[in-house]
Design a protein. Structure first.
Length: 162
């Protein structure tokens, strides 16, 4: 069976129109990207409000900005619960940016971990390791004197893009 782009568009309009008629929320906007001179700036959440991009791709490498443990419902602050809760939310945020930018956790090749207190190293590692069950990416870690929004941990990654 051959499906045309027009057929898919008409079908999508009908489905969305019917869904909206039942009071369903409008679908989330598709992730954006901008490419110039072989560099692609992925904008999975729309235009950035801060002076950095969530993910930048050069060739088949994707460079993620550092992520901290903020959640959509945390209203701009880190999730409560200490280093393990923050690490879990940080990794979920990384997973989300990767997925919306065309990669995944199993394609991460390098991470850098910034910690407010290196004494929390073991507790952070307990959670971090669960996100890389097969292949562990190369990693650097360092203690930092203050992270954004009072976070306990910030992690940045480099991943391959298929």
């Amino acid at each position: 069976m051959r499906v045309t782009t027009l057929g898919l568009m008409v079908g999508s309009v009908l489905v969305v129109g019917c869904a909206r008629g039942r009071g369903a929320p409008a679908p989330a906007p598709a992730p954006e990207s901008v490419t110039e001179n072989g560099v692609t700036w992925h904008l999975p959440y729309g235009r950035p409000t801060r002076p950095f991009s969530p993910a930048v791709q050069v060739g088949n490498l994707l460079f993620l900005a550092g992520q901290i443990g903020t959640a959509a419902n945390a209203q701009g602050s880190v999730v409560p619960g200490g280093i393990q809760a923050e690490t879990r939310q940080t990794m979920e945020n990384i997973k989300d940016v990767l997925a919306k930018s065309g990669s995944s956790l199993d394609r991460v090749v390098k991470c850098t971990v910034f910690m407010a207190d290196m004494r929390e190293w073991d507790a952070m590692n307990e959670v971090y390791a669960t996100y890389f069950p097969r292949h562990k990416p190369a990693r650097s870690a360092l203690g930092a004197n203050g992270l954004a929004l009072g976070a306990r941990v910030e992690i940045e990654c480099i991943a391959a893009v298929p």
